[in-house]
Design a protein around this ligand. Structure first.
Ligand code: RIB
Ligand code: CA
Length: 313
């Protein structure tokens, strides 16, 4: 089967970095058309720089990286330095990138790519706030029907929120953008905290990265060592959830995941529950199903895939 043509929309972030590396390491499954950076974990100047750092680390300096939106549609930017560190890629010492940032705005790249490629052949993988995607849909509604699938990391229901008691970070940062994307009618597969919190790092899993004896393996181990401290302290868990790589792993092997096609709505009106993804898991309403809500993962298989693919870089 031909590799899936994808655009990764991202706010690196250590877990974003692992998702990008997994995509670059899997050319037989994924044809990465470009990476669009968005403001999220850290401000846009850092997310666009971090995306290039990751591509250079993997030796893919010809990857096209674009800067997208630097603020949510209608709110002040909320960032997550408390999780990812000041640079967004804290942990190891990283050199500044030398590969170029593309001149084109990330939103324009999304629009022109969707218009150029045959309809139904491009998948968008948002792993940060949904500002770029929503802005592209607002500016060019004609591209909505041309998207093959959106496979995103975001949301939470049974697992509740991680940035507020009711909201997951990516949705919370730009709830208006999320509402627009979830209501656009594009086939949507979501990786909420309900599934990513079952993909925890453990010492043996991180050691598997470190024992690769490669620069990528060392960097991923150092990033996850740094990244996991926050979740371990907060949840008392054995490790941290590798959220964003779940999207790419799904494209490579969807059988690693189980979920349900249900209705998911985004709260934008209440300060108390702003950004909550209200998932009708038990189908108690007649609201139409608009998302596959993934709830379970074969975590051993996920980490085995990560180790096998990242060792290629
Ligand atoms: O809530 C987890 C999400 O927020 C992940 O995408 C992480 O990178 C941060 O962006
Ligand atoms: Ca992210």
């Amino acid at each position: 089967m031909a590799p899936r043509k994808i655009i990764i929309d991202t706010d690196p972030g250590q877990d974003d970095a692992v998702a990008i590396l997994l995509a670059l390491a899997s050319p037989e499954d994924v044809d990465l058309l470009g990476i669009t950076a968005v403001a999220g974990n850290v401000p846009l100047p850092l997310t666009q720089k971090n995306a290039r750092i990751v591509c250079e680390l993997a030796g893919y300096t010809d990857t096209k990286v674009f800067a997208g939106c630097d603020a949510p549609l209608a709110r002040k930017l909320v960032t997550a330095e408390h999780v990812h560190g000041k640079t967004g890629l804290d942990g190891p010492q990283m050199d500044d990138p030398t590969m170029p940032l593309q001149d084109e705005h990330g939103v324009d790249f999304i629009i022109e790519t969707l218009r150029r490629e045959p309809a139904g052949t491009v998948t968008i993988c948002p792993i940060g706030p949904l500002t770029n995607i929503a802005t592209a849909f607002q500016r060019a509604p004609d591209i909505i029907a041309r998207v093959q699938e959106i496979v995103l990391m975001g949301g939470a229901y049974f697992e509740v929120g991680n940035i507020t008691p009711s909201a997951e970070f990516n949705i919370y940062v730009d709830p208006e953008a999320a509402k627009l994307v979830f209501g656009a009618g594009v086939p949507l597969t979501m990786m909420p905290l309900d599934v990513t919190h079952k993909a925890l790092t453990t010492r043996p899993r991180i050691d598997a990265f470190r024992s690769m004896g490669t620069k990528v393996g060392d960097m991923v181990a150092a990033w996850t060592d740094f990244f996991e401290r926050f979740d371990m302290e907060k949840y008392g868990s054995e490790g941290a959830p590798l959220h964003d790589p779940c999207t790419i792993a799904y494209l490579i092997n969807p059988d690693l995941f189980q979920g349900r096609h249900i209705n998911v709505e985004v709260e934008t009106g209440s300060d108390l529950t702003l950004g909550m993804t209200v998932a009708d898991w038990w189908r108690v309403t007649d609201r139409p199903a608009n998302a596959v809500f993934m709830k379970d993962i074969n975590a051993e298989g996920f980490y085995a895939l990560l180790a096998e693919r990242l060792a290629r870089l």
